[in-house]
Design a binder for this molecule. Structure first.
Ligand SMILES: Nc1ncnc2c1ncn2[C@@H]1O[C@H](COP(=O)(O)OP(=O)(O)OP(=O)(O)O)[C@@H](O)[C@H]1O
Ligand SMILES: [Mg+2]
Length: 222
């Protein structure tokens, strides 16, 4: 797996930077319009670019001077700690279990405005922790200390976590992968979000072929 660091090291950086700057700008307008500061990122299936998008979007929010918290809530396939090269694996689950306070589970990253809450070591029943009063409290408490609280969530179709999480978050950003995510999968995922009364604030189309050298672009729509 290419890490976030790999992308930052190579010459594709300006390309991705420009894409995510544009996505963040649209997103920020949308969030301001709705007066919300928290959203989660999900998709229909695994490996559609949720974590990559979460890390990059959170970074742009931070670079623009916002105190930003990125929460890894994908207990089944946690990846942000690796992406962002944070060594400490104390995070979301430790807070939910009541073991640690918010400031103890927010890890420093390469940007002073950006903190990461890794998943922590997931228990055998992680879904039960997503569907909890503590999870709702975590989002509310985090909003008091940060300008933006962004959550990297699991995919919607294989497990129920994100359906629950979507009803706890102020907004949902949906990622689909061009030519990979099927139309009926998007429809089913959207149906789940509708049933959960989720507030879908936008969609990102990942993997859009933009040039011969096979860089995969992003597009934001709402
Ligand atoms: N636009 C892109 N260009 C190049 N590589 C990408 C792009 N989007 C995602 N990737 C790569 O594809 C892989 C899967 O991406 P990512 O981990 O973000 O997906 P995910 O939806 O979070 O997956 P999971 O379901 O495992 O959580 C990663 O190695 C990531 O670096
Ligand atoms: Mg992921």
């Amino acid at each position: 797996m290419k890490t976030y660091h790999d992308f930052k090291q190579n010459k594709e950086v300006p390309f991705y930077k420009e894409k995510f700057n544009s996505i963040q700008t649209n997103l920020q307008f949308m969030l301001k319009k709705q007066n919300i500061r928290n959203f989660m990122i999900t998709s229909a299936n695994m490996s559609e670019g949720k974590s990559f998008a979460s890390a990059n979007i959170a970074e742009v929010f931070a670079e623009k001077g916002n105190k930003t918290l990125l929460i890894d809530a994908d207990f089944h396939r946690p990846s942000l700690r690796k992406y962002m090269q944070v060594s400490e694996n104390v995070g979301t689950i430790d807070y939910l279990m009541g073991d640690l306070a918010l400031e103890d589970v927010c890890q420093d990253t390469y940007h002073p405005n950006l903190k990461l809450m890794p998943t922590g070591i997931a228990p055998p029943n992680p879904s039960e922790w997503v569907d909890s009063v503590e999870m709702k409290q975590l989002i509310e408490t985090a909003k008091q200390s940060f300008d933006y609280v962004i959550i990297d969530a699991p995919p919607l179709l294989p497990i129920t976590d994100s359906r629950i999480l979507s009803s706890l978050c102020d907004g949902v950003l949906f990622v689909a992968f061009a030519k990979k995510t099927k139309r009926n999968e998007i429809k089913q995922a959207m149906r789940y979000l509708e049933i959960a009364d989720a507030n879908v604030i936008g969609g990102i189309l990942n993997g859009v072929a933009v040039s011969k050298n096979d860089r995969k672009g992003y597009r934001y729509k709402y």
